[in-house]
Design a protein around this ligand. Structure first.
Ligand SMILES: Nc1ncnc2c1ncn2[C@@H]1O[C@H](COP(=O)(O)OP(=O)(O)OP(=O)(O)O)[C@@H](O)[C@H]1O
Length: 445
């Protein structure tokens, strides 16, 4: 967990460098802009939690940066660093919304204390939901989930693997009145066929060979909390019928049990499959689909989340550095740029895996492009070989990028789907599904 994201805007190289180094050591994720134009570019990429800015810059001023940022994202804590002659302006800026100003030369320890204080106030008020604050699209999704949390209807979360569907499910749970009751996640795709019934609904002693004791299933464990049915598209036809019955009657029985128990939890389901197409193909029950698809919410893939990519990268890098015992890591501009060009088939899970690997293998101080993408530079156009027609649809472009990236990962892994899946940050099943859909043969042909 980082202490917060700070954008430092300072044209003086010595001061900028020492601020960056000290703040990284203090656990902040820091971006350093050396001019007004660099600051505007950084703010387009990601919304920081705090801005620490010089007032006079060679190509503009800190006041314009603050005003433009307020207009776009609302009030963000801003601290100005002023030279002697700028104090009147600094006082006026504090009246207009800046948190504070410090006069150069300033006491760095005092400034760091102030920054930690801002960060503590911010996180104590908004622990929950930070995953839904990084861009306007995610804020809209967060608002939908908040409404869903209040009205207690079934929620269906859609999106590719690793886009944060479980994070969203936990958010719905924690934002609602059931937050102090259990949250029970169940991966329907991983339920062994012969035990699925008992795992879901529980069993009484002696109900089948090997049932030596009483077992409470997931439906019972969820009590009045939230039952999160992940990979719902993988539920067998028999279990689809059983689930539908529970949702209709709000009752169930343990295997071998005679007592009817009431089911009081709310249901949140998720899938990376096209459930509607599965209904059309007769693979998923239409009546169940209607039951669970009351409030649907789609988590966008990471390649479409350019606005929050840089802050995600910062946060994940700081968290990984902290886990590995490093005091902080500086993400290189080359890494931000390459991340924007990459197609991220494994989405945020892939980002986490790449950053963890890069930091574990590196010196714990810097994160350049080559560490994030050791397989080689990320090509422009998300790795597509340039043979695409300019009239190609977005999904054709995406498929081409995914095909190229998966083939490259398989080549690096000497054709081993297990290793390729790991480096892509997806499960082997997801990789197989993608290979089938994209016509990639087992020999990477
Ligand atoms: N906004 C976010 N910020 C930081 N980490 C995130 C965010 N969203 C998701 N993650 C992390 O990314 C990883 C994948 O998220 P999650 O398990 O919720 O995805 P999913 O869509 O449920 O994946 P799958 O379909 O494979 O089950 C997790 O480690 C999660 O903590």
């Amino acid at each position: 967990m980082t202490a917060g994201r700070i954008l430092v805007v300072e044209d003086d190289a010595t001061l900028g460098m020492s601020l960056q180094q000290r703040l990284v050591l203090e656990g902040f994720a820091v971006r350093w802009a050396r001019s007004a134009s660099e600051a505007h570019a950084a703010l387009k990429d990601a919304a920081p939690d705090i801005i620490l800015s010089d007032i006079r810059l060679p190509d503009g001023d800190g006041e314009t940066i603050m005003r433009q940022h307020f207009a776009r994202f609302g009030l963000v804590p801003v601290i100005f660093m002023t030279a002697y002659g700028d104090i009147d302006q600094a006082v006026r800026l504090v009246r207009d919304g800046a948190v504070d100003y410090v006069s150069k030369p300033f006491d760095l320890d005092g400034l760091v204390e102030t920054l930690h204080g801002i960060s503590r106030r911010k996180s104590s008020g908004s622990e929950i939901g930070t995953a839904f604050s990084g861009s306007s699209a995610m804020r809209k999704i967060g608002a939908t989930l908040l409404r869903a949390a209040e009205i207690d209807l079934p929620v269906l979360l859609l999106g590719e693997t690793g886009t944060g569907k479980e994070v969203a499910a936990r958010y719905v749970h924690e934002a609602g009145s059931r937050r102090n009751l259990p949250f029970v996640p169940v991966n329907c795709g991983a339920l062994p066929a012969d035990l699925a019934d008992s795992l879901l609904f529980g069993h009484e002693r002696g109900s089948f060979t090997g049932a030596s004791g009483l077992h409470r299933g997931f439906f019972e464990e969820a009590e009045g909390g939230t039952l999160f049915l992940d990979e719902i598209g993988d539920l067998s036809p028999i279990l689809q019928v059983k689930l539908l019955r529970v949702l209709e009657t709000r009752e169930f029985r343990r295997l071998g049990g005679s007592e009817t128990r009431s089911f009081g939890a709310r249901i949140v389901c998720a899938t990376n499959k096209d459930l509607k197409a599965m209904v059309t193909d007769g693979l998923f029950r239409e009546d169940l689909w209607f039951r669970i698809n009351v409030i649907a919410c789609k988590l966008p893939p990471l390649r479409d989340r350019g606005e929050e990519l840089a802050s995600l990268l910062d946060d994940i890098a700081s968290a990984a550095a902290a886990r590995l015992g490093y005091s902080g890591v500086i993400v290189d501009e080359t890494a931000y740029d390459a991340a924007k060009r990459h197609s991220w088939p494994g989405n945020i899970r892939e980002l986490i895996n790449r950053v963890d690997r890069a930091i574990a293998m590196g010196d714990g101080r810097a994160l350049p492009e080559a560490a994030l993408f050791p397989e080689g530079p990320v090509q422009t156009d998300t790795g597509i070989d340039g043979s695409l027609d300019v009239n190609a649809t977005l999904s054709e472009v995406r498929d081409a990028a995914e095909r190229a990236h998966i083939k490259a990962a398989l080549a690096r892994a000497d054709g081993s789907p297990k290793d390729a899946a790991e480096s892509l940050g997806v499960s082997r099943t997801t990789l197989w599904e993608k290979m089938r859909r994209l016509n990639i043969g087992p020999n990477n042909s």
